[in-house]
Design a binder for this molecule. Structure first.
Ligand SMILES: [Zn+2]
Length: 284
């Protein structure tokens, strides 16, 4: 329950990441590390889940949560490995994954992201310049560390237009970014290149490349498996069907919201993506 509340809070803060209020909330946040394999860890705090890979010559971290948590995250990683953090990968541009970028860049960490992430962050004048990605790519990239490499692959137009899924080497573990919200309506950022069909297609494409034992670090929620991700896809397809039916019957967006989805989806609603917001996303 507590995990769920923190997750809810984190996404509500997507758009409030730079406010003083958000900053003061950071004091109570604990960064918790869970070891998933010899070299891979998942860190939770507030905001998108962080992945950590202990490479041969440094640490690669996936996503950075909020600036106000950077010291705590650095301390948590220092407990995992004595090696310096060399690289920070952003799974996409949203503030609950990138607000901490500048704090890590100032420690000499290289920031890697899809080129659309850099474009969107650069267009946000409130985003600290030091935190802009310095290494960008289009389709895929290998972040080498000694003899191993963390693999990044871009999936177009899903949650945003800059989504990256991360494959950790020598382990059956991936970081899915915000293509995976566990058991709650996902945020699909239609204003930033997100697309419902694209989201489904991308998740199915990744699922085809993993197996039932793959450990999946989701953008939001607890460590999951392929079957948990498929549940999300099925929910999206079924709720979209309901909304499309209403649309075909001539209902307006507001009328569809007023009618609502069938009762079986009630549990997927949460404070950031309520049933109303989810219906509006599907309708559009
Ligand atoms: Zn996001």
């Amino acid at each position: 329950m507590r995990g769920l509340k923190l997750g809810v809070l984190s996404a509500v803060m997507l758009f409030a990441s730079t406010t003083a209020q958000a900053q003061s909330n950071m004091d109570d946040v604990e960064i918790k590390a869970t070891q998933l394999s010899e070299r891979v860890y998942m860190l939770t705090g507030m905001g998108g889940n962080i992945g950590v890979y202990v490479g041969d010559d440094g640490v690669v971290m996936i996503d950075a949560q909020y600036k106000g948590l950077a010291d705590k995250i650095t301390a948590a990683i220092a407990k995992i490995s004595e090696q310096p953090i060399r690289t920070l990968v952003n799974t996409h541009f949203h503030g609950d994954h990138t607000d901490g970028n500048a704090a890590f860049a100032k420690q000499g960490v290289k920031i890697v992201a899809h080129e659309n992430v850099k474009t969107r962050l650069a267009a946000n004048e409130k985003f600290e310049r030091e935190g802009l990605p310095t290494i960008t790519f289009d389709k895929s990239l290998e972040v080498k560390t000694g003899s191993t490499a963390v693999r990044l692959k871009h999936y177009p137009h899903g949650h945003t237009d800059g989504d990256v899924v991360v494959w950790f080497p020598s382990s059956n573990i991936i970081h899915a970014g915000d293509l995976f919200f566990v058991d709650r309506f996902p945020f699909i950022d239609l204003n930033a290149g997100g697309n419902v069909q694209g989201f489904i297609d991308n998740v199915r494409a990744v699922i085809a490349d993993i197996d039932g034992d793959t450990q999946i670090i989701p953008g939001h929620g607890s460590l999951s498996k392929r079957s948990d991700w498929l549940r999300l896809v099925h929910m999206i397809e079924a709720t979209r069907e309901e909304v499309m039916t209403m649309k075909e019957q001539g209902m307006t967006e507001d009328e569809a919201v007023a009618k609502g989805l069938s009762e079986q989806w009630a549990d997927w609603s949460w404070s950031f993506i309520t049933e109303e917001r989810w219906i509006r996303t599907l309708y559009k």
